[in-house]
Design a protein around this ligand. Structure first.
Ligand code: GRF
Length: 246
């Protein structure tokens, strides 16, 4: 291409387009405590983007109230009003795309997703799961971990693929299980760790540092190990002002 093929820009014309805030859509089904952690991070300018909508498949999800109170568009899209999983996911895709998100964040969205839905947002959809994946995919993770007598439990943020809770893990937070732990105490400690790591993973994603690739998740261009990066029990306990000896 010769120099004359370029449009004759002035310096002003050549200044980069202002980049709008990265757009995030959060999907929930319930309480939305993870959503609240993301909202709080956004309030403190630590999310790397803006939550533009929160969508719930349950019309009475408390998370919708949290969104509303934060001035975020809160949308109830009840799955019971659709004849099939495919019809629901089709409607959900439409509502999501109306908000032109850069990232879709699943925060306690209790639905099995159709392959069509997953493919549509592959590489730009994160989930948080209450176990150290690949251990304990699926439900009742705390009870299963207790029953097995594991010494270490925790939570994982991962990219969503067609395999349920099976996509590349990007970040985990550990906790040391003690003899006194119950399902309730584990739930509480895991939740606290989720609130710590989810906003960080979302921020890294929105900044483009964290990326999905067919081989796995990449951080700053480097392929991560299958369990991603990990916040140790000690570091998490310190962040949370917990007694690490508990
Ligand atoms: C969290 O434990 C998360 O790991 C799982 O669903 C729960 C959602 O909790 N996917 P909340 O609605 O964010 O309080």
């Amino acid at each position: 291409m010769s120099g004359t093929d370029y449009p004759s820009d002035t310096i002003t014309d050549m200044s980069p387009e202002p980049v709008g805030a990265r757009r995030v859509v959060v999907l929930i089904s319930g309480s939305g405590s993870n959503l609240q952690a993301l909202i709080d991070a956004q309030t403190h300018d630590r999310l790397g983007g803006e939550i533009v909508a929160v969508i719930s498949n349950e019309h009475d999800a408390y998370g919708l109230k949290r969104a509303h109170e934060a001035g975020i568009e809160a949308v109830a899209l009840p799955h019971r009003e659709y004849d099939s999983r495919d019809a629901y996911d089709g409607a959900l895709i439409k509502v999501i795309e109306r908000h032109e998100p850069d990232l879709i964040v699943l925060a306690g969205f209790m639905r099995i997703l159709t392959p069509r839905f997953v493919q549509r947002f592959l590489g730009r959809m994160l989930n948080i799961h209450p176990s150290l994946l690949p251990a304990y995919q699926g439900l009742n993770t705390h009870a299963r971990a207790l029953a097995d007598g594991v010494a270490s439990h925790g939570c994982s943020v991962h990219f969503v693929t067609e395999e349920l809770d099976g996509g590349p893990v990007v970040l985990q937070a550990e906790l040391a299980v003690t003899a006194d732990d119950t399902v309730e105490t584990l739930k509480e400690k895991v939740h606290a760790r989720e609130h710590l790591i989810y906003p960080i993973a979302v921020q890294w994603c929105l900044e483009g540092r964290l990326q999905f690739s067919p081989e796995g998740a990449k951080m700053d261009g480097h392929l991560l190990p299958p369990h991603g990066m990990c916040l140790s029990h000690e570091d998490a306990a310190e962040e949370l002002d917990e007694d690490a000896e508990e």
